[in-house]
Design a protein around this ligand. Structure first.
Ligand SMILES: Cc1cc2nc3c(=O)[nH]c(=O)nc-3n(C[C@H](O)[C@H](O)[C@H](O)COP(=O)(O)O)c2cc1C
Length: 363
């Protein structure tokens, strides 16, 4: 099994990608993941073609990235082919390695405008977009899709063939329908069928939370690579661990001190990017994701949630880690209540924890 993916003229190695996540995969988070190692491809949060082409400042800030994030894919969403082309050209000029089109966002706001997963129901428009964007840019063009609009209209194979026919260089597929949102389980049989149907690379996505699962999905479905979203928020070392497992090496198990350090590092990366208020919200959100599964994590989350300032947040975090390290508590020693709290089911992004600072939840 090779652990490279060739996307157009680009070689991605290893074949592990950070999934695009609105409100999460901003430049700071992407750099944090890159620093921890093992990730082959990084994708931005989805960015509106309307905002890009109308020169919206906030949107343009979302497109900024640093060289250490490469290879980087910028994801766009929209409906109008004229604007899609103009946005893709701007992205190419910005120096992105890949332009990715979102064809999976289930959010009403996006779908009502004809974009995101709505394009799965409008293949003529999807084809127009793909053909025109393909002609306009020379960087690799990829698309992220879902399995279909609903159970009665699963058409991922047809869509993937269309992407290939229009000159797309890779398709990433989240194994749920639009109507499913984030409920139920990702359907990896559909992902495997897509892989069988096309000769461009296919990246599978959905519900991977451990390195072992990542390897099993690669082997069983035959996909060229896997993409990990929520599993990387809860465990940002998942890419490093999966790469180690692929090489047959011993997997890194982060000690508590490393988890503590990562929360500080995230703050360092974020503080130049955001005003204090937004920064406080984002740190609370990240602390929430990150302490799931840690002994005493629920208590810490409660305290952090009620903190007013960044220094109060970090006082709580520092105190928690100092006490855990002093007591020699293993990072995964959960109380019974906490074990019940760590939900084995994929969490619903409609749940406030995933959306608190996200402009819109997509994918
Ligand atoms: C908070 C959040 C935001 C998301 N934003 C995007 C997005 O901007 N673009 C996209 O294509 N998918 C988005 N997704 C979907 C993910 O990329 C991924 O397909 C999905 O979460 C399933 O993978 P996972 O089980 O590994 O999380 C988002 C998911 C979450 C949880």
């Amino acid at each position: 099994m090779t652990n490279e993916i060739n996307i157009g003229n680009l070689t991605i190695e290893p074949n592990l990608a950070l999934a695009p996540m609105a409100g999460v995969t901003d430049s700071s988070f992407r750099r944090l993941i890159k620093e921890l190692g093992g990730v082959g491809l990084i994708v931005t949060e989805f960015i509106s073609v309307e905002g890009i082409t109308r020169g919206n400042m906030r949107t343009h800030r979302m497109m900024r990235f640093l060289p250490e994030e490469r290879p980087l894919s910028i994801q766009i969403f929209g409906y109008d082919d004229e604007r899609m082309v103009a946005a893709a050209e701007i992205i190419q000029e910005c120096g992105a390695d890949i332009v990715d089109i979102n064809c999976g966002c289930p959010a009403k706001k996006v779908v009502n405008g004809g974009g995101g997963s709505s394009l799965l129901r409008d293949l003529p428009q999807l084809e127009r977009i793909l053909r025109r964007v393909r002609k306009a840019v020379s960087i690799p063009l990829t698309m992220k899709i879902r399995t279909g609009w609903d159970d009665a209209s699963i058409n991922a194979v047809e869509v993937a063939r269309l992407i290939e026919d229009c000159g797309g260089d890779m398709v990433a597929i989240h194994g749920r329908t639009r109507m499913q949102g984030y409920s139920g389980q990702a359907d990896w049989d559909v992902i495997a069928a897509v892989k069988q149907a096309v000769s461009i690379p296919v990246i599978g996505c959905g519900d991977i939370t451990t390195p072992e699962q990542a390897l099993a999905r690669l082997a069983e479905s035959g996909v060229n690579g896997v993409m990990i979203g929520r599993g990387a928020i809860a465990n940002p070392w998942i890419f490093r661990q999966t790469s180690e497992l692929m090489r047959g090496e011993e997997m890194y198990q982060p000690p508590l001190a490393d988890k503590h350090r990562v929360l500080h590092r995230y703050h360092e990366l974020l503080r130049d990017e955001l005003p204090e208020r937004a920064l406080t919200g984002k740190l609370k959100q990240m602390c929430g994701y990150f302490t799931h599964g840690l002994a005493g994590g629920a208590r810490l989350r409660e305290r952090v949630f009620h903190s007013q300032t960044i220094s109060e947040i970090y006082d709580q975090i520092d105190e928690y880690f100092a006490s855990m390290i002093e007591r020699g508590v293993p990072p995964d020693a959960l109380t019974r209540e906490e074990r019940a709290f760590v939900d084995p089911e994929p969490r619903d992004p409609k749940n406030a924890e995933f959306t608190r600072s996200a402009p819109v939840t997509t994918g």
